[in-house]
Design a protein around this ligand. Sequence first.
Ligand code: S3P
Length: 421
Amino acid sequence: MAKSLKGDITVPGDKSISHRSLMLGSISEGRTRIKGLLRGADCLSTMSCMRDLGVSIDDDGDEIVVHGNGLHGLKAPSKMLYTGNSGTTTRILSGILAGQPFETTLTGDSSIEKRPMKRIIDPLTLMNAEISSVKGNDCAPLSIKPSNLHGINYDSPVASAQVKSCILLAGLYADSPTTITEPALSRNHTELMLKAFGADIETGGFSATLTPGNELHGQDVTIPGDISSAAYFLAAGLIGKDSDVFIRNVNINPTRAGIIKAIKSMGGFIEFYNERTISGEPVTDIYVKSSHLHGTEIGGEDIPTLIDEIPIIAVLAANADGQTIIKDAAELKVKESDRIKSISENLTKMGSDVMPTSDGMIIYGGAKLHSAKINTEKDHRIAMAFTIASIPLDEDNVLDDRDCVKISYPDFFETLDSLIQ
Ligand code: S3P
């Protein structure tokens, strides 16, 4: 039976900001208190890597306190650093490690060992870092040896906040300023947080310049809800029958909020209440209700602002009238799964008419959808998007793996159950 969703929820803390608060807290002087940290597996990977690097981190189940070691106080780990499934940990932490006076090796799970690391190896090498792929395949494990870093002026070929953050954090240890320019602006949490922690950082257009020399100072950070997690319930409210859903305390940083624009362009009913700023990030409460959706076109500079939401946007498109074109999104191929493939194949199994392309997909909405066995490829966002895809169906999709949602949203299924009438 098509389901109706009603209720008022909050979603867990923003994953990107959670990683950054742990890492910046670790290399700051003094204490960083973090409220609202996401306890998803990816952020726990960052926490355990920072502990392995000699940082004391307390967690009383509510607040996290990072006792920072300062820029130059990390300790050589006694073992290989393990980043689990987390591309963010692997890539951003590599920037910090490139500036340390000790050698490290880091690696993650089988998905991480297939994800491209050349995108950080190249610019770090230009900075004179000693970083190499242990197996010579431009993937993890990565070996990082001590070296004297130089600032660079880098034009990144990809709009990637992981690459940008890696280079900026390495820049803290360089002997001159580092500028990175992206083809489009990716999420800017690192820039905002570096500034709040006392770094000398200037931003403008698609560029950021970090001038080394300042110490970082621990801060109190309150992390708002993750729009990438809220996205599933926004979608659920839109495609559910007679549904009304409020999601409180959601981060709507413009570099992350592309899904709001996409929902509006599809004719979705969405309203903001109580807009405010928390720890330098814009936050709001969001209301959505059942809506008749139509197709749209998504591409260009909007892509980095909704890159992680494309699986759930594709589910909306399959439930909309008319055609949705997603383009300029080749980055989808190098996420936790090849998402062009995993989205297209699973939507096709559900009876949707989808054409994968080299940089996205075209979804011809309006087909009658049915339940299917979903191959998640252990990709948390595929698992959650295709759970929501069941909402209008008579029978639910069956996921081959439900546990992978713990990467970013451990209570996802419980929260969904709480909304279903
Ligand atoms: C992230 C950046 C994005 C995003 C990922 C988290 C971050 O990746 O897909 O889930 O926290 O910096 P890219 O920077 O590679 O686009």
